[in-house]
Design a protein around this ligand. Structure first.
Ligand SMILES: *Cc1c(COP(=O)(O)O)cnc(C)c1O
Length: 385
């Protein structure tokens, strides 16, 4: 029995090994390890790829979100509307600048924040909306951008899982006021370490983010604000520069994998497949299904149906992931926000039902058949499918 991992970064590396090692060795020989022309060059290339006039690279996607919030002067007393069905960094950075995250529920078919719930969440403290393009699937940005006009809000897109995704032919990260990207290894464009970028068309915001990234200084050793140290290493910039020209091809391979899954899964009972997003182009950082089988164990302490199916698949050599088992409004760290059980029903339901199947560009059709076979078998054993 062969084992299928949720993702495999070694296969991609093998295809570009020579280019990457040459680029890294050049950096090592150059003596320019922090900032410098290569980092600036990559920032320009990434900004051009996304389609914004400005791009500020930094140490992580988390830092990109933090720098964006700081650059827009969002802080204590302010509220930012976002989703609870995301990685902690989205809300953590809102809290990190002293503002308050306000969670709206998700759409069950896309797992993205429900755009029709935004308006009702706005109050006079609201400063920004932070949509998350979860799993590489774009939020309806027309609907999002229609909201801030009347309320003078800033839209900061969390594009960490969606590098290359499009809404109406425009790359995510170029539609809101700012876009925040992660180059964490498992993201669509991943380095060999941490990295991130902030994209915007606003030159003042970019200059402020750059200043904050360099300890709040524009001129070295003169400090205008309390900043952070968040630069992109030249080694990472060199690796990302090699990988960027391949990104569209890798995203197309992910799209082909998603299409094959959707076809293979169609006949299976109790499975909700990810929907088409009309107007959007997804880049499938994850392929996430919901297991909708009746779930008598859900009320008890025993593992729910989804967890037992996951375990069964694991025993048959197929690793899957749960993004995310505990939504942010139910995390201990956010208990003080006072969201009760049932306050975000779709989010809470999704957390008990979602399962992300193995997804990476090099996944073969044979491997996908094995994944779906193990799921089918698990359903038959556990859900009577
Ligand atoms: C990965 C991720 C981040 C944070 O990116 P890092 O580079 O790991 O700091 C933020 N938001 C979402 C939705 C993510 O998936």
């Amino acid at each position: 029995m062969t084992t299928i991992p949720p993702l495999d970064l070694t296969q991609q590396y093998k295809t570009i090994e020579q280019e990457v090692s040459t680029a890294v060795l050049d950096v090592l020989a150059s003596g320019r390890y922090i900032n410098g022309p290569l980092v600036d060059e990559f920032a320009d290339q990434f900004g051009r790829y996304i389609g914004t006039e400005q791009c500020v690279v930094c140490n992580s996607g988390t830092d990109a979100l933090y720098l964006a919030l700081r650059a827009y002067d969002i802080g204590p007393g302010d509220e930012v509307i976002t989703t609870a069905f995301t990685f902690i960094a989205t809300a953590e950075t809102i809290s990190g600048v002293g503002a308050k995250p306000v969670f709206v529920d998700i759409e069950l078919d896309s797992y993205n924040l429900a755009v029709d719930k935004l308006e009702a969440a706005i109050c006079d403290r609201t400063r920004a909306i932070m949509p998350v393009h979860l799993s590489g699937r774009p939020v309806n940005m027309d609907a999002v951008m229609a909201v801030p006009k009347a309320h003078n809000l800033t839209v900061i897109e969390d594009c960490a899982q969606a590098t290359g995704a499009e809404w109406n032919g425009q790359k995510v990260g170029s539609i809101g006021h700012a876009g925040c990207f992660s180059f964490f290894p498992s993201k669509n464009l991943g380095g060999c370490g941490d990295g991130g970028a902030l994209t915007t068309n606003d030159a003042d915001i970019a200059a402020t983010a750059k200043m904050l990234r360099e300890h709040g200084s524009k001129v070295r050793y003169y400090h205008d604000a309390i900043g952070v140290n968040s630069r992109l290493d030249a080694v990472q910039a060199a690796i990302l520069q090699v990988k960027l020209p391949h990104l569209d091809q890798w995203n197309r391979q992910r799209q082909a994998v998603a299409e094959r899954y959707s076809a293979l899964l169609a006949p299976l009972p109790h499975i909700a497949r990810p929907s088409e997003i009309e107007g959007g182009t997804s880049v499938w950082n994850q392929y996430t299904i919901r297991i909708t089988a009746p779930n008598p164990a859900a009320e008890s302490d025993s593992p729910n149906c989804r967890d037992r199916i996951r375990e069964h698949m694991q025993q048959h050599g197929v690793s899957s992931m749960i993004y995310y088992p505990l939504p942010l409004h139910q995390q201990p760290v956010y208990a003080d926000l006072g969201y009760g059980l049932g306050s975000l029903p779709n989010t809470e339901l999704a957390a008990t039902q979602v399962l992300s199947l193995p997804m990476f560009p090099e996944l073969t059709a044979e491997q996908q058949t094995q994944v779906v076979y193990s799921l089918k078998d698990a359903l038959a054993q556990i859900a009577g499918g």
